[in-house]
Ligand binder design. Sequence first.
Ligand code: MLT
Length: 249
Amino acid sequence: MKLHYVEAGRGPAVLLVHAFPLNHTMWASQIDALKDRFRVIAPDIRGFGQSATDSPWTLAQAADDLAELLDTLSVSDCALVGLSMGGYIGLPFYAKYANRVRRLILADTRARADNEAEKKGRTDLVAALEQSGAGILADRVLPRLLKPEPSPSASTQVRGIIAAASAKAAIFASQAMRDRADATPVLSQISCPTLVIAGEEDAITRVDECRAMAETIQAGRFVMIPGAGHLSNIENAEAFNAAVSAFLA
Ligand code: MLT
């Protein structure tokens, strides 16, 4: 499926894959920081931002969408940066298109599938969205996306991005994440240099879990972003950008 995307800069390609329930605009600071040295490509995943969705989808299909986008842009390989849902998509992308990944950055994400409690949480969210619409989304997800006492500017920014998500997009993405396969076996196949990032106060994908993921990956490194929760690229953009720039240098 054709995805909407923004593109900036010239050089080796960097593909930024966003979190749930956001869109490519969450990467504004990273696009700015990287565009002098890289060709930065930031798509909207199915249903989000200006990408369409009319039926349920799987993370494997979302990975195929990324490959199709790279084809459209005549990009043979890229550094793929996936944050949270972006990482859930990045791992099946690597499994199928390893030769198109020069470097991998997995931020605030995990390889394992949802456990039963997490699946139930997604099913409950889908029911609430079906009943009440997308208006409930920000209050439901924001507390876990940001650190316990977030800065007003981060809250306002993320709330604004979430407000753009439709109920349909959030429902399909929640179902896709709930039903995703365990990608743990992919970790031992990863042969490209890989950076795993975790926000110090991430309440969804914990620091220890992310560090363990880095240790499983052959050429894996780990960086913790201080003073940040799950959306570490927004809550401490300076440290996030420094880690990404150093790794991609
Ligand atoms: C995300 O940030 O993409 C989601 O919070 C991930 C999740 O709910 O597992």
